[in-house]
Design a protein around this ligand. Structure first.
Ligand SMILES: Nc1nc2c(ncn2[C@@H]2O[C@H](COP(=O)(O)OP(=O)(O)OP(=O)(O)O)[C@@H](O)[C@H]2O)c(=O)[nH]1
Ligand SMILES: [Mg+2]
Length: 237
């Protein structure tokens, strides 16, 4: 098990630890189902943004809130081990935000998100964006009750990352390759990275994006609009 959060079996846990992990995940799943019902009753749509520290989650979030703020009602849940720095960046866009500080915890769980939803109490039809704690491992194991998972990978991290962190990429509904304006300066083979990703998860959409150059933003907004439409229609209470 992961020492800090007990969220992943590393192969040396033994029977009792496996049972603890199973109980923990079952409890999380119950909270996730409750979050999904809560959102469905309000025609809400929740996205879980996951990536390594510094991959560009908050930058994309802020740009999205600025560009689509007049079109959709947003609410944001920020997950970080410490500080309200990202929450302050979101607040500057005039969007309601709830910061969850996980301390030693390396992921958000559905119970924390449930409290955040209650505290935010977003209007019906809102898009709730969750920025998970920067980590390509543990957040993959925790359903938050989201309708879709978006995994970001910046081109400065290396094109082999999908192979090294397969759970994260297998569970993604969308993969965004961020900071593509930096491609001329780094050894990152976009085709190879997409190939690795699609071998793990055939057919997953991949968007190349830069908040600096604007590349890919239109595709991201198009995906977001379509998902919101389809998933809101498909929710089961
Ligand atoms: N060149 C370039 N830099 C970017 C881009 N997006 C983000 N950055 C920079 O990358 C750094 C990290 O960005 P954040 O948005 O804070 O990343 P994050 O994933 O939210 O980081 P944590 O919340 O700490 O995990 C900042 O210095 C950003 O300015 C991009 O498209 N191009
Ligand atoms: Mg951030």
């Amino acid at each position: 098990m992961c020492d800090t959060c007990g969220c992943n079996d590393h192969g040396h846990g033994g029977g009792r630890l496996l049972r603890v992990e199973r109980d923990l995940l079952a409890k999380n799943d119950r909270h996730a189902a409750a979050n999904r019902r809560w959102l469905a009753q309000r025609q809400g749509f929740m996205l879980n943004l996951m990536a390594s520290p510094g991959a560009g989650k908050t930058s994309l979030l802020v740009r999205t809130l600025q560009d689509l703020g007049d079109e959709m009602a947003f609410a944001v849940i920020e997950g970080d081990q410490q500080t309200r720095l990202d929450a302050e960046r979101v607040e500057s866009c005039g969007v309601p935000v709830h910061q969850v500080n996980t301390g030693k915890g390396c992921h958000l769980d559905a119970h924390q998100v449930g409290h955040a939803l209650t505290a935010l109490d977003p209007p019906d039809g809102s898009v709730v964006m969750v920025e998970n704690v920067g980590n390509l491992v543990c957040p993959a194991g925790f359903d938050l009750g989201e309708q879709a998972r978006v995994v970001l990978l910046s081109v400065t991290e290396g094109d082999d990352k999908p192979l090294k962190y397969p759970h994260m990429f297998r569970g993604a509904d969308l993969v965004i390759l961020t900071k593509t304006d930096l491609l001329p300066y780094v050894d990152f083979d976009v085709s190879r990275c997409i190939g690795h990703t699609r071998r793990l998860h055939p057919g997953v959409p991949v968007i190349r994006l830069s908040v600096k150059s604007g590349e890919g933003l239109a595709s991201w907004y198009g995906w977001l609009r379509a998902q919101r439409r389809h998933r809101s229609e498909a929710v089961v209470i």
